[in-house]
Design a protein around this ligand. Structure first.
Ligand SMILES: *Cc1c(COP(=O)(O)O)cnc(C)c1O
Length: 373
């Protein structure tokens, strides 16, 4: 008996196009016939996790594999709270920031509600809303940045959450303190403003706002952070949100207990406690790789979109998906941007010099037509 999927599945699930993850590196190497693969597609930290986090991973007692982890990341929440002058109950740790996106939408949105975000930003806000049956209103970026005026115009009585990405993935644009606080004030008490700060540790601009400091003044603010980018723990899946106690208390009701594993909790705690040198080294690397790519891509007359964050977007004279396949053959994995609504653009992680040079060399061969399709 075939299950009646038309009956079983809500239309918003049936019509949702599932995300296709890329194959494991070993399979990709076989597929594209390359011996070495530079991963420049996910904004991972080329330096890996900080030394203290590596040690925490190595030292994790294997027997603890049998034991459930802390169900609410107890010690990590205390550490995060202490660093930002918050109460530990104002923090929720999730299985990556991706999981907390889920929890926030679940907590506040029901059928007929909507969320607002940009058209060209981190796509997970839109995806989670859409396959949950919540409308996502996507406001076009203005000059590669979030458009506050148009986002406000889109707000209606059923708008529950506005998602901002600061700095924005993939454009690197950001809102300064004044613009953000004006927006939070105008948003008022009938909608939550999420500020996703996944790349904040990379930001060097002086007027970049620290969302954690704004929580005391703006109880409608929820801040997202992650250990996947600066802290090099993407493989362990750990991120968190912070907000006013009453707001976080509502969100917590929708969280799955035990979703954050024990190794991730230990590694994240160690990473935070000893991060100054790691952050400095990572920023230095990103700064010099951005300068290098800007110069090289400039010489090739390729337009670049970049700002803050450990990534950069390049406009190509042709198809980004074709460029992906050709660069893969040369052992360079980038992110084609058609799915981010940037056709003919690719996003490249700013990583170690060797990887940047390999990317530039492969791109030159591609553009001179020397790489077969
Ligand atoms: C990578 C990223 C995240 C985080 O993801 P995790 O689930 O913590 O790995 C969140 N927001 C943005 C904008 C990102 O680029």
């Amino acid at each position: 008996m075939q299950p009646d999927l038309d009956f079983l599945t809500p239309a918003y699930v049936r019509e949702f196009e599932p995300y296709v993850p890329s194959k494991p590196d070993a399979e990709l190497k076989k597929l594209y016939g390359c011996t070495r693969l530079y991963r420049l597609n996910n904004n991972e930290n080329a330096l890996g996790p900080p030394p203290a986090a590596r040690e925490a991973i190595r030292n994790f007692p294997s027997f603890r594999g049998a034991l459930y982890p802390s169900g609410d990341s107890y010690y990590l929440r205390h550490e995060i709270a202490a660093r930002h002058g918050l109460h530990p109950d104002q923090i929720i740790v999730g299985n990556g920031a991706n999981e907390v996106i889920f929890s926030v939408i679940k907590a506040f949105c029901t059928t007929g509600d909507n969320i607002i975000t940009a058209d060209r930003t981190f796509a997970v806000y839109e995806w989670v809303a859409t396959f949950s049956g919540i409308m996502a209103k996507l406001i076009p970026l203005k000059k590669e940045g979030f458009d506050d005026e148009e986002m406000f115009r889109a707000v209606d009585s059923r708008t529950k959450i506005i998602f901002l990405c600061n700095p924005n993935n993939p454009t690197g644009s950001y809102w300064g303190t004044e613009r953000l606080t004006a927006f939070l004030t105008a948003a008022g008490g009938r909608r939550i403003v999420v500020v996703d700060e996944a790349y904040c540790e990379y930001v060097e601009a002086a007027d970049f706002p620290d969302g954690m400091k704004l929580i005391a003044d703006f109880p409608n603010l929820v801040v997202f952070r992650t250990f996947s980018k600066m802290y090099g723990l993407g493989g362990l899946r750990i991120g968190y949100l912070a907000g006013a106690p009453e707001v976080v208390d509502m969100i917590r009701r929708t969280c799955l207990v035990y979703s954050v594993n024990g190794i991730a909790q230990e590694a994240a705690l160690a990473a935070l406690r000893d991060d100054a040198d790691h952050i400095r080294r990572s920023r230095n690397l990103v700064r010099s790789s951005r300068a290098y790519l800007r110069e090289e891509l400039g010489k090739m007359d390729l337009p670049v979109i970049t700002g803050e964050g450990n990534f950069l977007v390049v406009r190509l004279p042709g198809s980004d998906t074709l460029a992906y396949r050709r660069l893969m053959k040369e052992g360079v994995m980038i992110r084609p941007m058609t799915s981010f609504r940037y056709p003919n653009h690719i996003r490249v992680t700013l990583a170690q010099p060797e990887a940047m040079e390999a990317f530039v060399a492969a791109l030159k061969r591609l553009l001179s037509g020397k790489v077969a399709g």
